[in-house]
Design a protein around this ligand. Sequence first.
Ligand SMILES: NC(=O)c1ccc[n+]([C@@H]2O[C@H](COP(=O)([O-])OP(=O)(O)OC[C@H]3O[C@@H](n4cnc5c(N)ncnc54)[C@H](OP(=O)(O)O)[C@@H]3O)[C@@H](O)[C@H]2O)c1
Length: 303
Amino acid sequence: MKAVSFAAYGGPEVLVWGELDDPRPGPGQVLVTVAAASLNPVDLKIRSGALKRFFPLTLPAIPGRDGAGVVAALGPGVSAPLVGTAVCFLTNGCHAERLVLAADKAVPLPPGADLTVAAALPLAGLSAWACLDGLTAGQRVLIHGGAGGVGSLAVQLARQRGARVTATCSAANRDFVLGLGAERVIAYDREDFVTECQGFDVVMDTIGGEVHRRSYEVLRPGGLLVRLNALPVEDLSAARGVVGKLATVSDDPAALAALVGLMAAGSVVPSVQQVLPMSRIAEAHRLAERGHARGKTVLVPDR
Ligand SMILES: NC(=O)c1ccc[n+]([C@@H]2O[C@H](COP(=O)([O-])OP(=O)(O)OC[C@H]3O[C@@H](n4cnc5c(N)ncnc54)[C@H](OP(=O)(O)O)[C@@H]3O)[C@@H](O)[C@H]2O)c1
């Protein structure tokens, strides 16, 4: 099969699209023909070596953390009639024509699902899901990075739960984020979110650093500041009288199945900004390094 791989940590130039051995499903696994896979910021951090302490890899390695495709074969011990089923998944090695994964981690998609859109759901969707766990109708939530892969799904998920959503993004993405269901957008390159709004029940931080430090100022007493791993932060929650939490993103298939249901209902749908062939992986990483995503970049195996 063909796949993206890298044999050394470094810049986007270490990524190559070439021939590798076909994977074979082991006990309890399925073989999937990948239709599409998404590009996530973590792919850039893994490729650069920035995360090698947390994601130790045997090189060469195939990158890519999520995608969608069709089950092509079953490993020993898998009896479910899955061959031919369209699925999405959170697993390693997705930037390839084929992959194997545990059968119970392949989450079925509804008939007719757009696999390019479904490929963009798992990691970003489960990250939004983990952050907004416990959010209830009527709560006021501020979502930082509302135009990004995670933020654009979080805005929709928070709206679906009946929360009142304010989001930050650049002015260029204002209409996009309003279209996702935010009732108010603060353009971080034109306005200061701290002087613009106060009293949130929840702040969801996908940025970290200075954005995180200043976010304490816009929470009500006892509010929740939930974050993803992004720029380094100092947790000041105890001193500020709020709850601080690092979201734990899991590969729970039940949570992913729930997100698939919301996608099928049209309430939480990934916005695909661009689709590129996997052979253009280095270019995709360079574009992503600019840091101004509007939704998701999706990669498809070259035909
Ligand atoms: N397990 C975890 O902890 C976990 C899971 C998933 C993601 N993450 C991390 O979370 C971060 C976001 O992920 P992602 O997939 O959403 O990234 P992304 O798709 O690249 O989006 C990043 C967004 O950040 C926005 N942004 C940049 N500076 C900003 C600022 N000062 N205020 C508000 N928005 C700002 C950009 O908006 P504009 O284009 O409008 O400028 C862009 O849309 C990444 O660092 C990723 O690695 C961590």
